[in-house]
Design a protein around this ligand. Structure first.
Ligand code: BDR
Ligand code: CA
Length: 315
């Protein structure tokens, strides 16, 4: 099984992804590291500890960054993820916060080196912890197996963002961190809106999960109520896109996705801040910001029906 450190800002779809990672036989959840994003860091850590205990996941939890590397935080998106980031579900305020004594970036560096060549970093929130780990110990690039992230939007379907015309939420929260992660010399696969908008958890699909997948199915249904209200009010749709679970799906079965290769950068100022760009052609630019960096993989196609079936079977 793939050993993963799961870096997350739970978060409704983060919770859906976490239960998926726990359930899938090809994945061994080594640890959960938390980051601000969908909620403030204290809410995200509490939610992670709550789910970890409720479903007897037993992962180590390490708490991460409370804000971006070098700019003020955008703040939680309460309209999408609710007051404390799990929709209408509230992790009890007295949930035991059992966390490692090290900050997430330190934990990541230590564990990646102690398990050289074995750890896949799965990051489904702002990339601050991963960038801090890189800054703290650049040598981790030689010890990580791969990095899989949910974030970005590359426009293969004409869409470049969800929180801004040219930015997806996780990248928009910390564009500087994202650029550092994509340009580091390690293999990154980016699962962005190009594919997460192609997979859809319909209202019926979630009802079915509720009735066929025990406590996990019930929990996923419950946390999704607020999310579905947002989708119906904002887009007139009954259901939600499959963002964070798609990154887990890639680790479980990469054949679900088609990817394209090329160096990736992130716009870090101006009206397109947070935009993700991949250089895919071989035009001989005489001055470019890409060629010094290794190619990364960007997911462009997904077998959405098979993904939905794998998710349901696992849960
Ligand atoms: C991403 O942003 C957050 O709202 C979700 O949890 C997901 O990681 C989607 O753009
Ligand atoms: Ca997330």
């Amino acid at each position: 099984a793939e050993k993963i450190i799961f870096d997350t800002d739970p978060g409704i779809d983060d919770a859906m992804a976490l239960l998926f990672a726990h359930a899938h036989p090809n994945i061994k959840l080594h640890a959960i590291t938390t980051v601000y994003g969908n909620g403030v860091i204290s809410d995200c850590t509490r939610n992670a500890c709550f789910i970890n205990a409720k479903f007897a996941i037993g992962a180590v939890v390490a708490e991460g960054a409370s804000g971006p590397l070098q700019r003020p935080a955008n703040g939680p998106t309460i309209c999408v993820h609710g007051q404390h980031a799990l929709g209408d579900v509230q992790a009890p305020l007295d949930t035991p916060i059992e966390i490692d004594s090290r900050p997430a970036y330190q934990y990541i560096c230590d564990e990646v080196k102690a398990n050289s060549g074995e750890i896949t970093l799965v990051a489904i929130g702002p990339l601050t912890n991963i960038a801090l780990a890189l800054q703290h110990d650049p040598d981790i690039v030689n010890h990580v197996k791969q990095v899989v992230i949910m974030g970005g939007a590359f426009g293969s379907d004409g869409n470049f963002g969800n929180v801004a015309p040219f930015a997806e939420a996780n990248i928009h929260d910390d564009p500087d961190a994202a650029d550092q992660v994509f340009t580091a010399d390690w293999p990154v696969t980016i699962i962005g809106l190009d594919v997460t908008h192609k997979a859809f958890f319909s209202g019926d699909y979630l009802e079915q999960l509720r009735h066929s997948a025990g406590e996990a199915g019930e929990f996923i249904w419950q946390v999704s109520r607020h999310y579905l209200k947002f989708y119906s009010e904002r887009f007139g749709k009954d259901g939600c896109h499959v963002h964070d679970p798609s990154a887990v799906a890639f680790v479980a079965d990469p054949t679900l996705f088609g990817t394209r290769s090329g160096p990736v950068r992130v716009v870090n100022s101006g009206p397109m801040i947070g935009m993700t760009v991949q250089k895919t052609d071989s035009l001989p630019y005489y001055d470019d910001e890409f060629s010094h960096f290794r190619s990364q993989e960007v997911a462009i196609t997904v077998d959405d029906q098979r993904l939905l079936a794998i998710y349901r079977d696992s849960i």
